[in-house]
Design a binder for this molecule. Sequence first.
Ligand code: XIL
Length: 459
Amino acid sequence: MRIALLLLLTLLNCSKEETGSPSKPDTALATPFASNASNITDNSFTANWVLVPKAESYLIDVSTSNSFSTFVTGYSGLEQSATTVEVTGLSSGITYFYRVRAKQGTEITNNSNVITVTTTGVQAEDPTYLKDKANTLANPFFVGVAVKANQLTEGSSYDVVLKNEFSSITAEYEMKMNPISTGSGSYSWEAVDKIVNYGNNNGINVHGHALVWHNAVPDWLSNFSGTDAEFALEIKKYITDVVTRYAGKIKSWDVVNEAVDDNGNMRNTIFLQKMGSNYIKDCYQWARDAANAAGDTNLLLFYNDYATSTNIPKQNKVFTIVDDLMTSNLIDGVGFQMHNTYLSPTKEQIETDINRAVVLGLKIHVSELDIQVNQNNDITYLTEERSLAQKEKYKEIVNIYNALPEANKYALTVWGFKDNESWIPYSTDLNHPGNDWPLLYNNKFELKKAHTGFLEGLD
Ligand code: XIL
């Protein structure tokens, strides 16, 4: 009997709730759940979400940024009573994000989950060739790219892009000491010959990189057991033989690369240890002497280093070395590597740094340009926002370079062709934490916005 009574009471209670009790407040609106987009075209898509009971309408946001820092015009809290809306007037090949809130009277819920959608088609970039545009300038300069010998096969995609777009090449690694020097007085020239001949036969400038670099010391020299004087003679012989072989064929050499440490002191390399603090000057003297002896009195000698725009102690030390070489008339230019990010260095930092070489009357080589967009590993694909930020940074550096006086211009070299072959992603040298997209072409060799940014920098 008691059980029957309890059951009756429970049933009465339930039916009361179902019919809605005036004495009980309405439950809060549930936060909506956005579902995938449909009907995706080149310039529109349909945004969808799941119905929220009791909602009178929904507020939709659409953005090109997943942080919704800006909104697509007309889609900031757009009010809609259905559970779907057609988003129109978009661009092709762009990634958009949408989210939704539910509304009833004055009550508005939190944002739903965010849905990502990419419109179809590819965004056409300006197909103008870089060197063509650079060559129309009042004061033109070489537009360079880092290459590998195996890319230079006639008819390969690299060969086609290179001949169309670039007027200068640097070997990405095959002209460093460890691949060339196989022992005292013995050399492996094959890859270097291929790169140099390719440049010479196609009217493309060849920049030599790099005669002396602490990261490219061959094992036989790292383990050298002779005296320090004998070690110095080996370096002299190496520099002399390489410069002599390519005299008149290579227009410029990075003689010493990265001699300054990040703490602003001389880097404690095997060269400093065995040859003493005068080693830099010695190397430049040997390079100059070899070129002159081979009849090339126009060889340009560069000092090349990285991060000097942001690291002022390092910048100061580099210019101490440069000043010293200037005093002995042993330097013609400075290479600023510019392995930059979409955030750094600033325009002012770069200008201040480069200007220190300009006032000395030296040639400027932006020698290894690439621009990271994922240095903090916070994206998993190249977002629209990052792609545009990278484009602006490419435009900025090209613009800075193009504004240099004629006498200081030499070359602006990009460090590779396609993103997926760049040295940046997952680089242990750089402690890079993930994937990245730092160059002008994507994995399919299509032009990126960065390429358009480069072109716009030449305006
Ligand atoms: C890098 C190349 O990109 C890599 O392929 C190679 O394994 C190591 O060197 N500073 C320089 C360049 O001067 O020579 C370096 O190039 C990148 C940093």
